[in-house]
Design a protein around this ligand. Structure first.
Ligand code: S3P
Length: 163
């Protein structure tokens, strides 16, 4: 088994699917958001008090903990905002993009106050989505559409690819 990095927009199911993969594949599990929360506190507070740039540094720091191990890694949706993170993931494992349509993301997230970057008007949200969609797609070794699929069936598709 090699390290698998799950990337995708907020609400695409990275944490749920990551845990399912880990249950089947074993190895180690890392969730970059959770690692940041454990070390630095709540994400909303980090954004408010230190800003997005600092949060992005923390993400890079957490990602580096996965070097040399066999991990399933659930990343935060903005991990690809730093190009070096994309390069790091490329060099250290397989990248799986959980691709979810904008309409479905909007439905799943509603107005989630815990996600600072979702606190925008509709067209800003869509622009963010489209810009990131291009980056996720360019980085992905595997792209899976997740609309209308259960986390179990998404995990099963990934397992099929990894075999
Ligand atoms: C972010 C996504 C969040 C979290 C933070 C920033 C983003 O993670 O890292 O709120 O920039 O898209 P999820 O993708 O798990 O929601």
């Amino acid at each position: 088994m090699q390290t698998v990095y799950l990337i995708g927009f907020m609400g695409s199911g990275k944490s749920t699917v990551g845990k399912l993969l880990h249950e089947t594949l074993g190895g180690m599990y890392a969730d970059t958001d959770q690692m940041i929360i454990d070390k630095y506190g709540e994400i909303v507070s980090i954004f408010e008090q230190k800003g997005e740039k600092q949060f992005r540094y923390y993400e890079s720091e957490m990602l580096k903990h996965t070097a040399g191990g066999k991990f399933i890694v659930s990343t935060g949706g903005g991990i690809i905002e730093r190009q070096e993170n994309g390069e790091f993931m490329k060099n250290n494992g397989r990248i799986v993009y959980l691709a979810t349509s904008f309409d479905e993301i909007t439905r799943r997230l509603g107005n989630d106050p815990e996600r600072p970057l979702w606190d925008k008007n509709h067209s800003e949200k869509e622009r963010l989505y489209q810009r990131r969609n291009r980056i996720y797609s360019a980085l992905a070794d595997l792209k899976i559409m997740t609309d209308h699929k259960s986390p179990h069936s998404v995990a099963k598709e990934i397992l099929g690819y990894l075999q």
